[in-house]
Design a binder for this molecule. Sequence first.
Ligand SMILES: *[C@@H]1O[C@H](CO)[C@@H](O)[C@H](O)[C@H]1NC(C)=O
Ligand SMILES: *[C@@H]1O[C@H](CO)[C@@H](O)[C@H](O)[C@H]1NC(C)=O
Ligand SMILES: *[C@@H]1O[C@H](CO)[C@@H](O)[C@H](O)[C@H]1NC(C)=O
Length: 532
Amino acid sequence: MASAMRWVDPGPWLLPLWLFLQMVVGARAGFPCVPRVVGHKAMVCVCNATYCDTLDPVSLPPLGTFAKYESSQDGRRFELSQGAMRSRPTRAGLSYSYNPFVHYQTIKGFGGSHTDAAAINIMRLSPEAQDRLLRSYFSEEGIEYNLLRLPMACSDFSTHAYSYDDKCPNDYDLTCFSLAPEDTKLRIPLLHRIQALSKRPLSLVASPWTAPAWLRTNNLVMGKGRLKGAAGDRYHKTWASYFLRFLDEYAKKNITFWAITPQNEPVLSVYIAQKNFPTNQFTPEEQRDFIIQDLGPALAASSHKKVQLIIHDDQRVNLPYWAKVIIGNSSAAQYVSGVGIHWYLDSVIPPEPTLEATYLLYPDFFLLYTESCNGFRSWEPKVDLGSWERGNRYSRNILTNLNSFVTGWIDWNLALDTEGGPNFVQNYVDSPIIVDAFRDEFYKQPMFYHLGHFSKFIPEGSVRVALTSQCRIGICQLQSAGFLRPDGVAVVVVLNDGFCDIAFSISDDQVGYIEDTARAASIQTYVWQRSW
Ligand SMILES: *[C@@H]1O[C@H](CO)[C@@H](O)[C@H](O)[C@H]1NC(C)=O
Ligand SMILES: *[C@@H]1O[C@H](CO)[C@@H](O)[C@H](O)[C@H]1NC(C)=O
Ligand SMILES: *[C@@H]1O[C@H](CO)[C@@H](O)[C@H](O)[C@H]1NC(C)=O
């Protein structure tokens, strides 16, 4: 933006004219939600073959004004309103100061996981409803996800356990390697459609849950176990080749990956109760040695050398120890780009000694959340249809983590059925989109909209900037984070997960003051242009 362009007061005519046009043309942000009340204070937006709510591309309001998108427990979904910036504050209380010159981490993005369960549920809908679901997540009329995680072969969210080489025992040359029908008939056709309707570049991450039975200590494709042998041996060389074959086979279908993780939950799998859960245990030392001796060199010598390696892929309680063992070793670190984290213990493990400690030790390696979902605790309902609180949990976690140097957040299953599956070890959970194939409907839960308040407005390449708060009087329990987009636009997300409305202001030295109220049980994203 031209530095000569200075902010001028919108003037006596410009702002009223614009607000008038908004009224005439309609300040709608897209087609509205068709609500269905499904319980006490619980509501979903219903979509089917002929109708789904949409969210238009973000159109920037004129300089000196701001756009606000609000979703709330009482039924607002991305409701768009505009306001004028004030030239001076008119009230005390909670005030934020937005400073786009103090930069923290660069944002990679937001997304979900293309599991077998997600693909099965999506494919059970009519083609028109499928299309509306995919558009809701990936298109410009949706929340514009740019990240997708794919299990390499089965996860527990499959209908059965399998790897890509189950037919030939001791197949060290991987001559029997082949993608599963889940890939070729479900996930890949859907990926092609997702690619066709995404405007933003997609970044795909692949993670294995388990390995072929003949590579594993229990000689089964599922259940507790680990790779036979040790780094550098025939088992580990074969396991590294298996990653490359996976990347090759997907590349043949025109699908390339941004990153891989060496193993889903290498630590947590030790503690998982379900007997047949697909796992591979690794200690950090074992993962380090597998990277140094097998996976790192194999990737670097292949046509996939640009594929980034994300270590860990497990709960933050293991940090910074895992990072110290792997990234602290320069022979391993040369192959590594970032650290993957899952959210399941976040409510009991604070971010400072884990995420922030890792960032401070290794600021050149990104932190990325690679899996999160609600309904995973044994005492909770699996699917809790319409729960606003589950949306709050997502936003609280995303805001906390973004403020602790995390660069992005990948949700778990893109879509599940009304039971929270399918899952072959009955480990059912919740999802932002629940599919009812019998009715040819799908339900966008509050979690979907909470995620959209980030994914839609904070594109890849945005940077988190300073947003400092001062509270002189009153209740100040809002959570927030500030961003500067690559196009120079300012974004602030504000969450009120409490029971009362909270007034606040945001100052931007060069443009003015936003004064607003975050209503009880609401989330809002503010967007404004700056004079640079
Ligand atoms: C789809 O949803 C729209 C909007 O709620 C409704 O008017 C229409 O009847 C629904 N179609 C079917 C087949 O249920
Ligand atoms: C892969 O993409 C290229 C270029 O976009 C296209 O020409 C080709 O037909 C695609 N191949 C497949 C198998 O989709
Ligand atoms: C990295 O770890 C390996 C053990 O696998 C060790 O032999 C090597 O000395 C370590 N390198 C550094 C630089 O710490």
